[in-house]
Structure formats: C-alpha cells, structure tokens
Design a protein. Structure first.
Ligand code: ATP
Length: 490
C-alpha cells in the first residue's frame, strides 16, 4: 500500500516538473540511488520484516493437538494462567512472567506448544529462529530484535489483541554465552538488545508480550537469560513414552482412513525413541505407501513398512537396540530396588524412555533438605548408585559403560565419608592424606557396598525379571506399580 502510494506521488511530481519545464535529471539520479540502496539493504538482510506473523485463529493449534506431553502442557498452562489473570497479578504486585524456555530434543513439539500457548492466551503469534538475527554486520541483529518487538506490538494492536507471543526457535544461536563466539561483538549486541527488550516489558503495557524460546542445549545459554525476570520458567519437552506415542499417532491418523487391522498400540511399541515429528512422518509415509498400492485404506503392513523407512532412511539419529533397552531396564530396576530397600516409598517413577542425556532413569520422591549426612545415609546412597551396574552383572552377566556417572557419584559420597572421619582410617587431615591410602580406603568402602547390593539383588532375581518385563512393555512404571510388583503382586 505504502509502496503504491509512494510510486504514485513520485510519478505525479515528475510529470508536474516536466510540464513546467524543469530539468529532472539530478532528481531521477537521486531516486535511482535511493532505490538501489534500499534494494541492496534488503538483499543483505539489513532491512527485514518478520513475515511469519499469524493471528491466533490462523495458528489454529491448541493444546489438544499436542500429544504425549501432558506434564509439559500442564506446566506451560500454569505459567500462561499468570498472563491470562494479569489484573489479579497486578493487584497483588506480582512480577509478570516475561519468558518461558522450552527445552528438549528436536521434533518433540516445542513449536507446536508455543503456537498452542498463543491460542490459549488469544494472542498474535510471531515466530523467528535464532539464526535469523545473526549477520556479519555489527548492530544488524540488535536492530532486528527491536523490530521484532515493535512488530509484535503493532500486529497485536492492528488485530485488536491484548497479547502477543514471540517464539524464538534455536535461542542458543542468539543467546549463547557472551564472549565465546568469534564475531562476539555482533552476538553480544544482539543478546544485549534482547535482554533490554525483555527488561522493558511491563504489566501496564498496552500489548503484553510473552517470549517463548526453544533450545536443545539449555547449557549453552548465557546465564543472564535465565535470571529472574527473563526466562524464569523452564519447561522440559521430552521424547514421548509409549502412551504418548499412541496419543500422537492418534492425532496424526485422525484425518486418514485406517483399516480395521491397524493396531496403534503395537506401532507405538515398535517406535521406541521416536519423536512427535518422526511419528508424524511415519503416519504420512504409511499413507503414501497405501496410495502407491492403490489401497482404499491404510493397513498395519503400511505402518510397519513406514517404520523401517523412517529408521533406515536415517531420519532417526540413533535408536537403541532391543538388547540395549533391556539392559537399561535392568539397570534402572537395580537402582529402584535398592532405593526402595533403604528408603521405602522413595521411588516415584521408573522409565526406560530416553530423557536428556540418560537412556532411562528413576525419579525419587524429593527429600527434605539435609544439612548433615550420617554414615548410614552416605553408605545407602553409594549402594543405590552401584545397584545399576550390579544388576546388569547379576541379570545380563556383564556390566556396561552406562554406569560411569553412577560411579562418579558413588566415589563422591565415599570421599565425603573419608573427609568426615567416618571411614575405617578415622579422622584425617584431607590435605596430608597420602593418595594411595585415600584410594585404598575409598575402594574398600565401595567394595563393601557392592557386596551388600549383590546379596540383595541376587536374592531378588525373579522379581527383578518380572519388573524388567513389565517395564519393557509399558516403558514406565509408577512408584506404586513398582512397589506392588516388588511385593509379589501382579
Ligand atoms: P525443533 O527443535 O527441531 O524445532 P520442535 O520440538 O519445535 O522441533 P515441532 O516443530 O513442534 O518440533 O514439531 C514438528 C512436527 O512434528 C509438528 O508439526 C507435528 O506435526 C509433529 N509433532 C511433534 N511433536 C508432536 C506432539 N507432541 N504431538 C503431535 N505432533 C507432534
């Protein structure tokens, strides 16, 4: 619109000057120069508008479209309720929430969740990627950040919305630790500008802006970004477990004709380690295979073939083998049994779905803060740490590299015992303690606990196998399910 108007006015001026006999040569030259500079700036990305602006009704994604992320959605929704009830927040003088950081592996639905957040708060949604801010030219990134916030405000105002959600994907590119990149000045300026913009957001603004950012590497982020008042809510978006995968498969097959023999539960069992994006691609591939065959409906064989296609086509980074998953189940069961032995009721969940860097994990009921640790407590912790490796040895006949972190922790507890004068060598001066003696004492502490754990697990081989089988089928056991199995119930 503005463009057409300027061209019209420009032409009008030229005709007027020509009609009155003026020499318009210099004016034309000046005009051409201006157009050339604008064109260059645009192709170099110096002038940039963020085109992926969408109103909530165009986004059309709600939390119901995100599968297998119940815990993450719950957390996100609680945070968003803060915004929806901003009058109450203002009345109580609570600091408004400005940023939410979604962390987790690729393709797990972080973008989807940000869109659903916009839908939930009836906000305009702007989506950008961290890489869009980075240019060779100093100051360009910072200017883009300013424009992004401006655009969010303007778009919301134009559409009569009270809220705007800005989604920044791959924030680690823009928000990495300052002073670490080669062209650090540009990166730092861009990040500083983002911090300035976020600090400037207030509860009284005409348009309330919420920044939702996503990253696979939260450890790379500059600590300034995680300070209160910026991204002070972190929501982990994990790979879906079996039930989550069934839910996602249901979502992505709801618009597809399925034959009666399709067993989504079976497909979910075969797709351990798949993300939401993989499952979406799987459903799509299955439909393509059915179309190629000219079949009226998608059958189970199409899905099974599509799994191979997704796995073999290199779409999956890495998929643990069945043997590996079994070993992980044995390992986690070992930890859980010991945890339950030394502190009944302490296991809250066991899962063999990969989380973060771990292939599986047990979650323990959080303990109260402890300022003093007794000898028994420290020895019990060591036993829990060692139980994973010992369980592997008892059930699988050998250990694996999966226990390296556990050992590190066990050694740390053993060192605390030695330093605290609770080992067999009594009170020591840590600075003058000979390395050899320290090493031997720690080894003996670890060995004693290892034997204790071995005796406990050897006695419970049967129940351990039962728990492992159950875990392999459902991928996750609640603390209560685990305790029932341990007590011999089915
Ligand atoms: P990245 O980190 O690579 O940006 P992401 O976590 O943002 O990935 P999305 O872009 O949200 O992932 O997901 C890509 C596509 O995968 C979605 O458009 C959707 O079709 C599908 N998908 C991913 N996760 C889910 C989920 N939890 N429920 C339903 N569909 C999902």
């Amino acid at each position: 619109m503005l463009k057409e108007l300027s061209v019209g006015i420009g032409l009008g001026v030229v005709v007027f000057l020509l009609a009155n006999g003026y020499n318009i040569g210099p004016l034309v030259l000046l005009g051409l120069l201006g157009i050339g500079t604008y064109y260059l700036a645009q192709t170099r990305g110096l002038v940039k508008t963020f085109s992926k602006v969408t109103a909530d009704n165009e986004v059309g994604v709600s939390f119901a479209d995100v599968g297998g992320q119940a815990a993450a959605i719950q957390e996100l929704r609680e945070a968003l309720d803060f915004i929806r009830h901003h009058d109450e927040i203002k009345r109580l003088g609570i600091r408004p929430l400005k940023g939410i950081l979604l962390t987790g592996p690729p393709g797990t639905g972080k973008t989807l969740m940000a869109k659903a957040a916009a839908h939930y708060t009836d906000a305009v949604f702007l989506s950008v990627s961290g890489s869009e801010f980075i240019e060779m030219y100093a100051g360009v990134g910072a200017q883009r950040v300013r424009r992004l916030f401006q655009e969010a405000r303007e778009t919301a105002r134009k559409r009569g919305k009270r809220y705007a959600v800005i989604f920044i994907d791959e924030i680690d590119i823009l928000g990495g630790k300052r002073g670490q990149t080669t062209s650090h000045l540009e990166y730092d300026q861009t990040l500083n500008q983002l911090l300035v913009e976020m600090d400037g957001l207030g509860i009284d603004d005409e348009v309330l802006i919420l920044v939702v950012a996503a990253t696979n590497r939260p450890d790379m982020l500059d600590p300034a970004l995680l300070r209160p008042g910026r991204f002070d809510r972190q929501v982990r978006v994990e790979l879906p477990d079996r039930e989550g995968r069934i839910e996602i498969l249901r979502l992505h097959t709801r618009n597809k004709p399925l034959a009666d023999d399709v067993d989504l539960d079976g497909i979910a069992r075969e797709t351990f380690g798949f993300s939401g994006a993989h499952l979406e691609s799987l459903a799509n591939e299955a439909a393509i295979l059915a179309m190629r065959e000219g079949a009226p409906e998608i059958r189970q064989v199409h899905f099974l073939e599509a799994i191979d296609k997704v796995v073999m086509g290199g779409k999956l980074d890495r998929r643990p083998s069945k043997e590996e998953i079994r070993r992980v189940a044995v390992h986690e069961t070992g930890h859980a049994i010991l945890s339950e032995m030394v502190q009944p009721g302490s296991v809250s969940t066991i899962t063999v779905t990969p989380r973060g860097n771990a292939l599986g994990y047990i979650r323990q009921v959080p303990e109260d803060d402890k300022y003093l640790h007794t000898q028994d407590y420290l020895e019990d912790r060591i036993a829990i740490c060692l139980a994973g490796a010992v369980a592997e040895e008892v059930v699988c006949g050998s250990r694996s590299t999966g226990a390296a972190n556990d050992f590190e922790q066990a050694v740390h507890y053993a060192e605390t015992l030695v330093r605290g004068g609770m080992s067999e060598i009594g009170i020591v001066a840590p600075g003058t303690l000979p390395q050899e003696l320290k090493h031997q004492t720690i080894s003996r502490i670890l060995q004693k606990q290892e034997e204790r754990v071995r005796a406990i697990l050897n006695e419970r081989q049967q129940v351990m196998s039962r728990i492992v089988e159950k875990l392999l089928v459902s991928e996750k056991l609640s603390g209560q399910e685990f305790r029932n199995l341990l007590a011999g119930e089915n």
